[in-house]
Write a protein that binds this ligand. Sequence first.
Ligand code: OGA
Ligand code: MN
Length: 295
Amino acid sequence: MNIVPLGPGFAAELRDVTIAEVASDDTAYAAVRAAFEEHSVLVFRGQEVTDESQLAFSRRFGPPEVTKVGSQGTGTHFVILTTIGEDGKVVPADHRLALRNKANQLWHTDSSFKRVPALTSVLSARIIPARGGETEYVSTRLAFERLQPALQQKLKTSFAWHDYAHSRGQIASDLASPEERAALPPQCWRLVWKNPVNGRSAIYLASHAYAVEGMDPAAGKELLDQLMDAATAAGTSYVHTWRGGDVVMWDNRATMHRGRPWPAHEARLMVRTTISATAADGLETMRPPSRQAAE
Ligand code: OGA
Ligand code: MN
C-alpha cells in the first residue's frame, strides 16, 4: 500500500489497495485503519463500487448506521444523496431533494445530531456532473492545533448542542419534517474529540451545532461562529473532484466537509455508508458528565 498525501497536512490517497481487500483481509484493514487515524480523509481510486462492496468495506470499521427517517434509503444501511426524482428526472431547484443537497453544502460532520454519532462516512459517486459537485474537507484536528492554548483549554471542558432541525433551518424553516424532529432530539457533545489512538484532539463542530452548554445563547453562538471560521480558514481545505470508481472515507471526529454546488439541471448521485462511533473510538469521553452514567 502506498500513501500519497493530498491536502494541506491531512487527506491521503491510498494506492495499491482495494476496498475488496480491506473487506476480506485483516492485514489490509489494519494498514488502512492506521492511515485513517493518521490522515483523517482517505481516497481510493479505480474501485469496483457496488452497494455490497461498499458496505462490506465499511463494516470493517464498526457498526453501520441505519438510515434515518426522511432520508432516501431510510431503514437500510445506505444514504442516497441525489437530485434525481422518482420520475428519473432532475428535480427543480426549490424541490425538497435539491434543498437537502443544499443543506449538505454547509460545513458539517455527519451524525453529530444522532444519539450515537459517526466514526466514519464512506462515500462513492455513482453519477457525476460534468462540472462542480466536488466534496470539500477541512481538518478540525489541525484547526484545534492552530488555536491559542487558552482557547484549547476552554474547549476541552465545553459542550455544544447539536440539532438536525437547526442546520436544515438555515436552508428552509420547514426542511426538517415533524417526523425528523420527533426522531432526532438535540444532542450534547464535548467540543473536542480526542483520538484515543494518537492522543490528538480535534474541534467537534458542525452546521448542526447551535448552542454551548452553560453559555448565554448569543455568546455561545459567537464562540461557535468563531470556531467555524477558524476551522474553515482559506487555504486549509482539500477539495475532492470525483471520478467514477472513487471511494472517499473520512473521520467524522476530526474533519468537517461540505458538498460543492453544481449546475442545477445536471444529475448527481452519491451513496454513503456511515459507521457509528464506539467506546474504542472515544465516544464515551464525548458525553457530558451528567449523562455518562445515564446512557
Ligand atoms: C455526505 C455529504 C456532500 C456531497 O455524504 O455526508 O455531506 O458532496 N456529502 O455530496
Ligand atoms: Mn455529510
